[in-house]
Design a protein around this ligand. Sequence first.
Ligand code: FAD
Length: 365
Amino acid sequence: WTAARELAAALVGDSAGDWDVEGKLPADVLLRMGAEGVLCPQVPQEYGGLGMDSLNCGELTAEVGSRCSSLRSVMTSQGIAAWCVARLGDDAQRAEWLPRLTSGALACVAFSEPDAGSDLSAMTTRIRPDGDDVVIEGEKVWTTAAAYADLILVFGRYADGAAAVVVPSHTPGVRTERRPDPLGCRAAGHADIRLDSVRLPRGSVLGGAGQPLGMLVTSALTYGRLSVAWGCVGILRACLAAACRHAATRRQFGKPLAGHQLVARHLADLMVDEQVATLICRQASGHWDERTPDLVTSAVLAKHVAARRAADGAARATQVLASAGARDGSVVARAYRDAKLMEIIEGSNEICELILAEQAVTAWA
Ligand code: FAD
């Protein structure tokens, strides 16, 4: 994973602040990251992927996340799409889509709708069989990377169950409208998507006919939660480095800020945040790699702990830098805005707490 890490470091450099202000990732960076398979590193080598395990993929995700949460968000979307094709698709679909996802095609994943946010069971997008085709009608909102994507993985109702369908973004009836001025991850290409009588061959539906919506969503979100959690580790590492460097060099009241005990406590808390988030992500990735039944819960736990720690840690780092960090494009200001969003996506804090409470009662009552 060293080569992938070095590539990400070289391509991002210190440009993420400018990309954030411009609200756009450069096309050549996305193309290169995609073509090298770095955006979905767990895809097996037989499909052109890097064949990483979850732990190495996580560390790579943290590296990208420490530099640019917008690019890490694109990586999460691409990874979910590839994982869904690998997990839910048949042999022909894996052979068709995975090599595209590891050679430059970009993908986004569309669950959320105007009236289906936390409650995805309220989804109304319909995927209807029609002869050898399917026809899709619906509206999706806030889809990360949709502004860049060649392929959209759309989740919707299918017969009595649900399905996930791979929709090329240029298909007639697909309309994408950029979300202006998001709070954070401003270059991640969030967009709303309208699907009006979108007709595709039935072979575009992953794994064929209707499956339980809960199973499809859990499968996709487990990858997404783990990826977001590792991204939060990256945010914390960037904040820890920025806060420590600043506190070691900036002097007030005759000594470095780090010499003032109240500032030192911020640094200690940040270090604890980074360590706790890293350890809980390593545990969840270990469960992924060992395929243990604890995986679904440990991915929720990792996402919840890492997102909360990242939001707290980014606020702390911003406090340490004070005016030195209080401008658009600064590492800590960007982290502060990006980390807040991590408490909302892939299951908000509250939804994670509900899932964890249910698990706790099952295990401990
Ligand atoms: P709501 O569901 O309306 O919730 C509002 C508040 O109420 C939240 O605090 C929530 O936790 C709380 N709440 C809701 N229900 C309960 C309950 N039962 N108990 C306690 N509290 C509750 N969607 C996609 O499909 N694909 C993407 O790529 C994608 N990317 C996103 C990127 C960003 C930056 C953002 C902001 C959103 C993205 N989303 C995406 C949508 C995201 O998944 C939803 O925003 C998220 O699921 C929350 O839904 P909501 O915003 O509609 O909030």
